[in-house]
Design a binder for this molecule. Structure first.
Ligand code: IMP
Ligand code: MG
Length: 180
C-alpha cells in the first residue's frame, strides 16, 4: 500500500488489469495503423511508463519523439496553463502522429498539444491516454483511444505522480483523497 498521511486510498487498477488493457490498445493501434508511418509522441513525464509498455504491444515499426509538457505544479489541481518545453526536430508532415498521455483531466494539455502538433501538418493526428476523467473536462477534448474512464479522483502510480516524482514508479494505480 501507499503511505500518504491524511489520505484515504483505494486500489484502482492492478498490474494485470493494466497489462491486459495495454495489450488491447496495442492490438487496436496495430490494426488501425497497418501500412502507415506511425510516429508516437509521449508527453513527459507522466506518459513515459504507459508509452513504454504501449509501444512494445504495437506489432509494427514505429518512430518516437518526446514532448515535455507541464501544467500541474505539485498540487491536485491544474494550473490551467500548458508549457511545451522542447522542440521536435523532425518533419512531422511525413507521419501519422499519435500523442500518448497518462490521463485526460481538464483536457487543457491534450487540446493545447494537439493544436501545437496540428500546426506542423501531420498526415493524421490522434491521441491515446490510459485514463480519462470526463467529469473534470474544462475544454472539449475526446481521446481517440482510451484505456479506462474513471471517476473524479486523483490517481497515482503507473507514471502518474503526486508531489515531485512521488509514486510514479508504482506498478499499479491507486486513487487518493484527503481524509474527511
Ligand atoms: P489536463 O491538462 O487537466 O487534462 O491534465 C493533464 C495532466 O495533468 C496529465 O498529463 C497528468 O500529468 C496530470 N494529471 C491530471 N489528473 C491527474 C491525476 O489524477 N493524477 C496525477 N496526475 C494527473
Ligand atoms: Mg502529464
Amino acid at each position: 500500500m501507499v503511505n500518504i498521511e491524511n489520505m484515504d486510498q483505494r486500489m484502482e487498477f492492478s498490474k494485470d488489469q493494466i497489462a491486459e488493457k495495454v495489450a488491447e490498445l496495442g492490438a487496436q493501434i496495430t490494426k488501425d495503423y497497418k501500412g502507415k508511418n506511425l510516429l508516437i509522441i509521449p508527453l513527459m513525464k507522466g506518459a513515459f511508463i504507459f508509452a513504454s509498455d504501449l509501444i512494445r504491444s504495437i506489432d509494427m515499426n514505429i518512430s518516437i519523439e518526446f514532448l515535455k509538457t507541464s501544467s500541474y505544479h505539485d498540487s491536485l489541481e491544474s494550473s490551467g496553463k500548458v508549457q511545451i518545453e522542447n522542440e521536435i526536430n523532425l518533419d512531422i508532415s511525413k507521419y501519422d502522429v499519435l500523442i500518448v498521455d497518462d490521463i485526460v483531466d481538464t483536457g487543457i494539455t491534450l487540446k493545447a498539444v494537439s493544436e501545437y502538433i496540428s500546426e506542423k501538418n501531420p498526415l493524421s493526428l490522434k491521441s491515446c491516454t490510459f485514463l480519462d476523467k470526463p467529469e473534470r473536462r474544462e475544454v472539449e477534448f475526446v481521446p481517440d483511444y482510451c484505456g479506462y474512464e474513471i471517476e473524479n479522483n486523483f490517481v497515482i502510480g503507473y507514471g502518474l505522480n503526486y508531489i515531485g516524482d512521488g509514486y510514479r514508479n508504482l506498478p499499479y494505480i491507486f486513487s487518493i483523497r484527503p481524509k474527511e
